[in-house]
Design a protein around this ligand. Structure first.
Ligand SMILES: Nc1ncnc2c1ncn2[C@@H]1O[C@H](COP(=O)(O)OP(=O)(O)OP(=O)(O)O)[C@@H](O)[C@H]1O
Length: 251
C-alpha cells in the first residue's frame, strides 16, 4: 500500500479534565478523499487545528509527506504543502478574484510580500492565478470584486487561493456550511473534479456530500475514532447509526 501523505498517530488533547482528542490515529492516502464526521462537539475542529498547527497536541505525532511536523508551526506546515481552506477566510472583498488568487500565490512563495502590487504585473504569476480560477469555474469572474461574488463563488475562490499554492493535501473544514442547495451542488461537483488528483481530508456535516465524495470515512465520537471504513461499512455500522446517523435517517 502507498505511504500516506498524512498520518496521525495517537493524538491526545485535553482542556483541563476534558479530553477532546482521545488517542486519534488516522491517515490520508495519496489521491484519497477521507471524510471526518461526528456529532457536534465530537472534536473535529480541534483535530483539524492540530493538523494545521494552530493547536498543539498533548501527545502523539503528526506525519506529513514523510516528515514529522508535530513541532513545526502553521506557516511552515503550509509551506510544506498543507493547504487549509474555509476555516478562516483570507478573501479580501475589495480585491478582484484574480488579485486574491495572485496574492495567495505570492504569500506561498519566497518573494518579498511587500512588493505584491508590483508582482501583480508579472504575467507568469497572473497566468497561474487565471489557471487556478479556471479550475474552480471562476475564469469568467476573474475581474469581479470578491465582495460582489455570491457565497458559493467566494468558497470556490478560497479553493482557488489554496490550489494556486499547489498543496499536497487539502484540509477542508465544512465547505458546505452556509451554502444553498444549488451552490452546494456546484461546490460538490467542483470537489469531485479534484478527486483523485489531490488528497483531501474533509470535515463536513452534510452527509449527502460526504457519502458522494469520500473514499473512506472516519467517525469521531467523544474525541475518539469510533470507526474508519468505506462509506458502505460506515453507513451500516450499528454504533455509528446509533450515535450519529440515527438522526439522519435519510442518509
Ligand atoms: N479551548 C477550549 N477550551 C475548552 N474546551 C474546548 C476548547 N476548544 C474546544 N473545546 C471543547 O471541546 C469539544 C470539541 O470541540 P470541537 O469544536 O473540536 O468539536 P466539533 O466536533 O468541531 O464540533 P462542531 O461540529 O459543533 O463544530 C467541545 O465540547 C468544546 O466545547
Amino acid at each position: 500500500m502507498s505511504t500516506p501523505i498524512l498520518a496521525l498517530e495517537g493524538l491526545m488533547k485535553s482542556y483541563g479534565a476534558m479530553q477532546v482528542t482521545r488517542d486519534v490515529s488516522l491517515d490520508v492516502r495519496p489521491g484519497e478523499v477521507h471524510a471526518l464526521i461526528g456529532p457536534n462537539g465530537a472534536g473535529k475542529t480541534t483535530l483539524i487545528a492540530q493538523i494545521a498547527g494552530s493547536i498543539t497536541p498533548n501527545a502523539g505525532r503528526i506525519r506529513f509527506d514523510g516528515a514529522d511536523v508535530t513541532d513545526i508551526g502553521i506557516a511552515a506546515r503550509a509551506r510544506r504543502g498543507l493547504g487549509r481552506v474555509f476555516q478562516i477566510s483570507n478573501v479580501v472583498g475589495s480585491f478582484t478574484a484574480l488579485e486574491n488568487v495572485a496574492v495567495a500565490a505570492i504569500a506561498a512563495g519566497d518573494g518579498p510580500f511587500r512588493f505584491w502590487r508590483r508582482a501583480l504585473a508579472d504575467r507568469k504569476l497572473t497566468a497561474r492565478a487565471e489557471s487556478a480560477l479556471e479550475r474552480v469555474g471562476l475564469g469568467n469572474r476573474r475581474l469581479t470584486l470578491a465582495r460582489d461574488m455570491s457565497h458559493g463563488e467566494r468558497r470556490a475562490l478560497e479553493l482557488a487561493m489554496s490550489l494556486v499554492q499547489e498543496p499536497k493535501l487539502l484540509l477542508l473544514d465544512e465547505p458546505m456550511a452556509g451554502t444553498g442547495r444549488a451552490e452546494g451542488e456546484r461546490l460538490t461537483e467542483l470537489l469531485l473534479s479534484l478527486k483523485g488528483r489531490i488528497p483531501i481530508l474533509l470535515v463536513e456535516h452534510d452527509m449527502a456530500t460526504v457519502f458522494r465524495l469520500a473514499d473512506r470515512i472516519s467517525v469521531l465520537i467523544y474525541g475518539a475514532i469510533a470507526v474508519t471504513g468505506d462509506p458502505a461499512t460506515v453507513r451500516t455500522d450499528p454504533l455509528v447509526r446509533q450515535a450519529y446517523l440515527g438522526e439522519e435517517e435519510a442518509v
